[in-house]
Design a protein around this ligand. Sequence first.
Ligand code: AMP
Ligand code: MG
Length: 338
Amino acid sequence: MNTEILVVDPHHPQPEPIAHAAAVLRAGGVVAFPTETVYGLGADALSESAVSRIFAAKGRPANNPLIVHIADLDAARRLASHWPAAAEKLASAFWPGPLTLVVPKADSIPAIVTAGGPTVALRIPDHPVARALLLAAQRPLAAPSANLSTRVSAVRAEHVAAGLSCRIELILDGGPTACGLESTVVDVSGPRPRLLRHGVIGAAELTAALGEDIEIVERHAGDHDVGIASPGMHRKHYSPAVPLDIVDGSGAADLAELLRTKSKIGWVSCGGDASPTAPREGVVQICLADEPEAYARRLYDTLHTLEAAGVEHIVVERPPRAPGWEAIHDRLTRAAAK
Ligand code: AMP
Ligand code: MG
């Protein structure tokens, strides 16, 4: 299959590419599109055959459920068998935005979307292209990140094409995404809200909107565990194609050691002054901000850039252990999982 790529204005999407993408989706096709978090790989969430094509394109295991994207709150409520009070509070505080809510599922959602489970993950994205597409398609879109399973999420159309070309019908290219990291996932289907995946929206903000504490579920289950709280949150995930290590301190010794056996190494430092070395042969060094939002925006892009540069190993200087960095530590730990 030839994958078509259409450039679309991220702020004021042109009607023609949106209408074309919506037609592809209504015909059961798969379309990658930008959201404010990462690129999504969308298909009609109410069609089992369309959704099965997402799993096939990504090589995603069937036990990893998908996030369903909708255009508005009414559409969200229709996909839930019950709309919990906590969902109402969080939706009014953060939607549209980078928050995914896990609620009891409605019967209309095929089992393939939820990996056979009784709950569904829902989100209203805050990106003009995603919203225009949802309105034009006139149906909920199941859309996981637009990357091969376990690999680094795509934050540019080029990343989608590198991983999924010839596997999907269409990519809407709306430029780089704003957040650069996946949504925060909160399960509000039980008696107490639980944070299943760290993301751009932090626990303190969630607690403030809920008016109650949120339980943070730490998941480091093995790849083959079943029955864990968020089935897709395996330890190894969001990984580049080459080994990645996180180092403490300047890491100069780690670098010297690696250079004995590797000819090209990627080095991700944090904060301008923390750079461990002067420019040196065999090292592609990228320095990220020492502030979490700006760091998150460039992290995946940086990992994709290093992969494309052909490095054999990536070394990441550990960012600060401070509030606001939780999602970044979570993703780096998963990227480094062997
Ligand atoms: P992705 O869209 O690739 O970022 O992955 C979506 C993630 O959302 C999955 O890996 C799960 O961790 C989580 N998720 C989706 N549906 C559910 C659900 N019904 N219950 C718990 N977690 C979910
Ligand atoms: Mg993903």
